[in-house]
Design a protein around this ligand. Structure first.
Ligand code: 5RP
Length: 217
């Protein structure tokens, strides 16, 4: 089965968590795009959605889902999002699509976070995928030096600015055996908006699509 077919399968599996009248948190990326397509065909009427990016907002608006501000909704019952890596403890690397900060805010504000991935995202130890770190523009070089001291090799994501107007450093070679601790250490560097480790608030469920079906972690 192709990766895009697996994304559709896992997107479809996530639909069973969605209830009529919900305000749903919606992540960003190609797996989430597949989820939005499935949602469109499912006939489930939402009260609205809190979106994690301009890209997702545009797709949701196309299917007539009303976009709500998190400042007005309070906490959400459910957040659906993809990931770049997921380990057995449902800790994640996210931010390949650059929406990590809004994604982390919505995950934090949601009572249930269901992460949808295909099997290529499943890892024993996080860190093969370069860790995205969103920084404010004037702190970019300073943060890069601090990340080197933590053992990483940061690279500026060229030609990319987040929806918050910030650059992203993609960090290779970081030791993420203790992702909870590393999330704190990176987020404590002045100038870091947030890093793409979702370890302190990981997913509540990870749905993994493979040839043999959908596995729930
Ligand atoms: C965006 C993300 C995405 O969830 C992550 O990059 C996975 O994307 P895709 O579903 O396209 O593989 O964190 O910031």
């Amino acid at each position: 089965m192709s990766t895009s077919r697996l994304k559709i399968e896992v997107a479809r599996a996530a639909l069973k968590y969605v209830e009529e009248g919900m305000v749903l948190g919606v992540g960003t990326g190609s797996t989430v795009n597949a989820f939005i397509d499935e949602l469109a065909g499912a006939g489930i009427r939402l009260d609205g959605a809190v979106s994690s990016s301009e890209q997702t907002t545009a797709r949701l608006e196309k299917i007539d889902v009303s976009i709500k501000e998190l400042n007005h909704t309070g906490d959400l019952d459910l957040y659906i999002d993809g990931a770049d890596e997921a380990d057995d403890s449902k800790r994640l690397i996210k931010g390949g699509g650059g929406a990590l900060t809004r994604e982390k805010v919505i995950a934090g504000a949601s009572r249930r976070f269901v992460c949808i991935v295909d099997e290529s995202k499943r890892v024993k130890v996080l860190g093969e995928f370069p860790l995205p770190v969103e920084v404010i523009p004037m702190a970019r070089s300073f943060v890069a030096r601090q990340l080197r001291k933590l053992g990483g090799n940061p690279e500026l994501r060229e030609g990319f600015t987040t929806d918050n107007g910030n650059p992203i450093l993609d960090v290779r070679g970081m030791d993420l055996v203790d992702p909870v601790e590393m999330e704190s250490r990176i987020n404590a560097i002045p100038g870091v908006v947030t890093c793409g480790l979702f370890a302190q608030r990981g997913a509540d469920e990870v749905l993994v699509a493979s040839e043999s079906g959908i596995e729930k972690l």
